[in-house]
Design a protein around this ligand. Structure first.
Ligand SMILES: NC(=O)c1ccc[n+]([C@@H]2O[C@H](COP(=O)([O-])OP(=O)(O)OC[C@H]3O[C@@H](n4cnc5c(N)ncnc54)[C@H](O)[C@@H]3O)[C@@H](O)[C@H]2O)c1
Length: 249
């Protein structure tokens, strides 16, 4: 079982969404629904810093110190935090514990996130063994696969369950997030079952465009695309003449 604060990263999924079971009992939580995506990303950075400060016993932090540790401008910090209704005190800064709680709440991290990984191949197994999710508020509760050679085997502290029992497993483990670590060819059909089972937060590694209803938050991780973007920038750094050849450059 995981404890709340930590940070996670963050299309629509990382605009902050409260789970249906969560009561938006504070104005900050309601306001957080409207956060710009860039703010959501930066909040995760602030939270990481704040948690480090908390563990050191630091009680207050200035917007400048927060900005420096997160690698952003201090004006950004003040603007981002004002969305949460936090306006530090001039000369005193922000109270670390309070701000950490507010950000965790805005990011939905005070909610218990229970993650099921579908696909226990190379990627799914590596993710299931990764110990860093729990400290960031994500509890991996199930690992599923279709391969009967894998079903029943233990990976880390999880036993692989049969994807034929997907709906039952999701219900039994009270999973509320699903990671798809599946071949592209089966990803959509499994994704449909996950959605029909009531899961509204899905992270997909499958190299295929998935369609989901508007109320579902779907986030795709595509490392190959990221590498291609990196290669593009590396090429331009290595040869500035490429930019000179560009029309209008
Ligand atoms: N986005 C990224 O950065 C990134 C990086 C690596 C891999 N991938 C993608 O992630 C996916 C998994 O990669 P991998 O290396 O783990 O592949 P893999 O072949 O090792 O594992 C895939 C697993 O899915 C299982 N599977 C197949 N059909 C299934 C179904 N209907 N239900 C449940 N399980 C099923 C297989 O039995 C297998 O264990 C692939 O689509 C791959 O292209 C993405």
């Amino acid at each position: 079982m995981c404890s709340p604060p930590g940070c996670g990263h963050g299309n629509r999924i990382w605009s902050v969404t409260l789970s249906p079971s969560q009561t938006p009992d504070e104005p900050a939580a309601e306001a957080a629904r409207q956060l710009p995506p860039a703010t959501v990303s930066r909040l995760t950075l602030y939270l990481r810093t704040l948690n480090a400060l908390l563990s050191e016993g630091t009680e207050r932090v200035s917007s400048e110190a927060l900005a420096e540790s997160a690698g952003v401008g201090s004006a950004n910090v003040r603007k981002d935090l004002s969305y949460l209704g936090s306006y530090g005190t001039r000369g005193v800064g922000y109270e670390v514990a309070h701000l950490s709680r507010k950000i965790a709440q805005a990011l939905g991290l005070t909610h218990e996130w229970r993650v099921a990984i579908v696909g226990a191949g190379n990627l799914g197994r590596a993710l299931a063994r990764y110990a860093g999710f729990e400290s960031r508020g994500f509890d991996v509760v199930a690992l599923l696969d279709a391969d009967q050679m894998l079903v029943g085997t233990e990976i880390g502290w999880l036993r692989v369950t049969d994807v034929a029992d997907l709906e039952h497993t999701l219900e039994k483990t009270r999973a509320n997030m699903v990671v798809l670590a599946l071949p592209a060819a089966v990803a959509q059909s499994v994704c449909d079952r996950v959605v029909d089972a009531g899961i509204h937060s899905i992270l997909s590694f499958a190299p295929v465009a998935l369609s989901v209803p508007a109320f579902v938050n779907l986030r795709k991780v595509d490392m190959a695309t990221e590498l291609q973007i990196l290669a593009y920038h590396a090429q331009r750094l290595a040869d500035p003449r490429l930019d000179e050849d560009r029309p209008g450059a």
